[in-house]
Design a protein around this ligand. Structure first.
Ligand SMILES: Cc1ncc(COP(=O)(O)O)c(C=O)c1O
Length: 390
């Protein structure tokens, strides 16, 4: 029997769900070149504008000169080098946790943490809008896997009643496609009351949220008792790549022993850890980036509401415009592109059916004038989006 891939691909195309990779021909930033076209972009996750920062680049170059390029081996063999170790210490300090463990990607950190903590006979409960890497981790773990209603502590409490074995409650901190934030104080209370552990993936919260950029736990003032397992990724506001899990000494030692995506992979290039150490310093000290971002978010929301766009309940840099139909979302994205702006349409299966959207993301690297350009283009294009596009 042959694999009928062309039929599957054709089906995806017909449903307006076909995905393509835009070719970026410049560094990340507000002004990019994509497929040969200069564009003003509102779709990366470089929320603080550090991905192309000269000091971060210089730290990377100095790191490569001192440590070479490749990690060379896994952490447990001989790939755990000085910069990895220093970065783990700095991340532990940022999060106020005793220790942190560096992973090569956020996807791997999530797979590693969940599968190391729960297995057969245990339970994992997840918000139904969690990132795909968390959902995949839940399935891979072999634990009983259930999803509770989005950001709904009562729905979680219900499912906790039926939980068996060690129970892990898992949520995004900032929801990646909606931009809203988890009701962590209540979720933590509900989980704790049942002896469950709460794991938070704050990929989109580190940087923009909290007085020093330490994310949602800093925003709510929650400690390790409330959130024993805290995940952050480094490819978004940190502007580099990789991820970490922060928590107790026992948690980190358990991950070193049992987290397969940690054990069976080459360590990230040490120079990358050097670059992240620099971006971490900028993320913590340059408050103006968070303040400027907050101004842009207010400006965008006010302007978008005047145009009559349907926004979501978000005060974070993720500001989706809800469209509904996938075809209409793609059409609006194309109209913006014809005017020199890039905002990606996000469609199922990344988001639930009927909730396609333009995922606008703002960065401290944007100016108010650039946000105004986006708003003007939206004001021009949105009324042209005929219902017949549906
Ligand atoms: C909430 C969330 N967690 C994890 C990841 C995966 O992180 P990484 O890109 O480092 O694999 C992402 C996105 O990439 C994300 O949005």
């Amino acid at each position: 029997m042959a694999f009928d891939l062309s039929a599957r691909l054709a089906e995806r195309r017909t449903a307006d769900l076909y995905r393509q990779r835009p070719l970026l021909e410049s560094p990340q930033g507000p002004q990019v070149v994509v497929d040969g076209q200069p564009l003003l972009a509102f779709c990366n996750n470089d929320y603080l504008g550090l991905a192309n920062h000269p000091e971060v680049i210089a730290a990377w170059q100095a790191g490569a000169a001192r440590w070479g390029v490749g990690g060379g081996a896994s952490h447990l063999v001989i790939g755990h080098s000085g910069p990895h170790h220093d970065l783990e210490l700095a991340l532990a300090e940022l999060t106020g946790r005793p220790r942190a463990l560096l992973f090569s990607t956020g996807y791997m950190a999530n797979l590693g943490a969940v599968t190391a903590l729960v297995g057969q006979g245990d339970t994992v409960l997840q918000d139904r809008l969690n990132h795909a890497s968390l959902l995949d981790a839940g399935l891979l773990s072999g634990a009983r896997f259930n999803r509770y209603l989005h950001n709904d502590p009562a729905s979680l409490a219900n499912r906790l009643e039926k939980a068996t074995g060690n129970t892990l409650v898992v949520t995004d901190g900032v929801f990646s496609m909606d931009g809203d934030i988890a009701d962590l104080p209540t979720l933590a209370k509900v989980a704790k009351a049942k002896g469950a552990w709460l794991m938070v993936d704050d990929a989109h919260g580190f940087g923009p949220l909290g007085a020093t950029g330490a994310g949602i736990v800093e925003h709510f003032g929650l400690g390790i008792d409330d959130v024993p397992v805290l995940v952050g990724t480094l490819g978004k506001a940190f502007g580099t790549a990789g991820a970490f899990v922060a928590g107790s000494d026992d948690l980190i030692e358990a991950l070193v022993q049992f987290a397969r995506p940690y054990i069976y992979t080459t360590s990230q290039p040490p120079a990358l850890a050097c670059a992240t150490l620099k971006s971490l310093e900028l993320l913590r000290s340059e408050h103006w980036r968070r303040e400027h971002l907050a101004t842009l978010i207010r400006q965008f929301r006010q302007g978008a509401e005047q145009i009559g766009l349907q926004l979501m309940d978000s005060f974070t840099p993720i500001q989706p415009i809800l469209i509904g139909d996938a075809g209409r979302a793609v059409r609006l994205s194309q109209m913006l592109r014809e005017r020199g702006l890039m905002v990606t349409a996000i469609r199922p299966p990344t988001v639930p059916a009927g909730s396609a959207r333009l995922r606008v993301t703002l960065s401290a690297a944007h100016s108010e004038a650039q946000v105004q350009l986006l708003l003007s283009a939206l004001a021009d294009c949105y009324p042209l989006l005929e219902p017949s596009d549906a």
